[in-house]
Design a protein around this ligand. Structure first.
Ligand code: GDP
Length: 451
């Protein structure tokens, strides 16, 4: 996500580091570099121009010349201005005061609307809402089925105009406006508090598509019209966004496919050129690859200052408190750390999603990106397979795992004996560390973490 932009900006700031005073020439050179980095990342020209002008004006002002550390002050200014481009404050869903909150999705075909419908529904459900999905995309063959599958995965009901769906509106016609209207009526009747209406897209913007989206909007009077834009389409993003803004007057933007390697900067321009906030980001094909968009946190991520808040939220959302309490108690009781505990901990980590994605949110992650990219998510699978090939007794008494048992475990889990040996060694270290921590003797910890 915005990797090359991140790298370029980091390099620019590196040149400033350690300078006690910044001359006008230093500032000019920095602003020029920032401008180039943004243009190369596909950020729209007028947005870049305005951004650079703001940075320059502030950089020449008192807040920098009087700062103890001028170069850090510049980073702070860039951070704040970047946050402004991205829409300023976090914009949350405008919930209906009574009846269901109606959210309509619009965008080009392939933008990621249908996938997003499922992600948004699951996310809302996790927050205690009772969303329903409505399949109003009758254009693309299979879109209705796709939504049904996605709804099942997200655990939310789908209203679809197909025979066989149990609904009093079963006879709904192939008219997308009617389907949307009936879907909303059903959501209201069944007391769903949110209804998400997926609509058809085309490969390019056309008048008929826009008219249909507008008709649906007028028929269901949504609380939010979310425009979904594929961050990988580059420069076209801005024109597409302008066309949809004109056509359906959307209320918020969703950036999709932010996991791609593309430059992505065009997507960064969308909030500025349309004046509409970015509300969500889609970061992969799985139903959990989704996050609320916080302009401040995204700016920090782009500047490699990390996004620890999102990291904590994701951890909290998937954290199993009972399991954490059980571990803590074991720790207090100074019980031996077993392979069963090891497995339970790994499952906690796995629930948080991709390890790589989480690590990338740590401050400074960009500097070790290459190592992080090599991180093999399958490593966790292998470790789990090894532990699962152990007998229950072996898991609680790992000392009995001798050579022949190791060979059996390796065979059972499809790895080499040396991989089993490595795991055993790592486990022994973890066990030793746990013991030390529990006994209050931390002198032996790496880095001398004494208290
Ligand atoms: P729609 O035509 O707008 O409904 O688009 P879809 O939801 O069908 O998505 C089009 C394709 O993009 C599908 O293959 C999705 O799996 C994929 N896709 C959607 N969102 C993302 C994302 O955030 N990242 C990645 N890598 N792929 C995505």
């Amino acid at each position: 996500m915005f990797n090359s932009l991140s790298d370029r900006l980091a390099n620019t700031f590196k040149n400033l580091r350690g300078k006690g005073r910044l001359t006008e020439a230093d500032i000019d050179a920095t602003v020029r570099e920032i401008r180039r980095a943004l243009l190369d990342a596909d950020v729209a020209v007028p947005v870049v121009r305005e951004f650079a002008a703001h940075i320059k004006e502030r950089a020449l002002g008192a807040e920098v010349s009087e700062a103890l550390n001028p170069s850090q002050q510049i980073v702070k200014i860039v951070n704040e201005e970047l946050q402004q481009i991205l829409g300023g404050e976090t914009r949350r869903i405008n919930m209906a005061k009574s009846g269901p909150t109606i959210i309509m999705l619009a965008g080009l075909q392939g933008a990621g609307k249908t996938t997003l419908a499922g992600k948004l529904a699951k996310w809302l459900k996790g927050k205690g809402h009772t969303p329903m999905l409505v399949a109003s995309d009758l254009q693309r063959p299979n879109a209705v089925n796709q939504l049904k599958v996605i709804g099942e995965r997200a655990g939310v009901p789908v209203f679809a105009p197909h025979p066989g769906v149990t609904s009093e509106f079963e006879e709904a016609t192939g008219n997308p406006v009617q389907v949307a209207r009936d879907g909303v009526a059903e959501a209201r009747a069944k007391l769903h508090d949110v209804v998400i209406v997926d609509t058809a897209g085309r490969l390019g913007v056309d008048a008929e598509l826009m008219a249909q989206a507008r008709d649906i909007r007028d028929a269901i009077e949504p609380n939010e019209v979310l425009f979904v834009i594929d961050a990988m389409i580059g420069q076209d993003a801005v024109n597409t966004a302008l066309a949809f803004n004109e056509g359906v007057d959307f209320t918020g933007v969703v950036l999709s496919k932010l996991d791609g390697d593309a430059r992505g900067g065009a997507a960064l321009s969308v909030a500025s050129v349309t004046g509409k906030p970015i509300m969500f980001a889609s970061t992969g094909e799985n139903v959990d690859d989704f996050e609320q968009f916080h302009p401040d946190r995204m700016a920090s991520r782009i500047l490699d200052m990390g996004d620890v808040l999102t990291l904590i939220e994701q951890a909290e959302a998937s954290w199993d408190k009972a399991e954490a309490d059980r571990m803590a108690q074991k720790f207090v009781d100074q019980e031996d750390f077993t392979f069963d505990d090891f497995l339970a901990q790994m499952q906690q980590i796995r629930k948080m999603g991709s390890m790589k994605k989480m690590l990338m949110m740590m401050p400074g992650a960009a500097q070790i990106r290459q190592q992080l990219e090599q991180f093999d998510e399958k490593e966790i699978d292998r470790v789990e397979a090894i532990v699962r090939s152990m007998t229950p007794h072996e898991r609680v008494a790992p000392k009995i795992i001798n050579g022949s048992r190791r060979a059996r475990i390796a065979k059972g889990s499809g790895v080499t004996v040396s991989e089993v040996n490595q795991l055993m060694e790592r486990f022994a270290q973890a066990q030793k560390m746990m013991k030390k921590l529990a006994s209050g003797n931390m002198a032996g910890l790496p880095g001398g973490m004494q208290m």
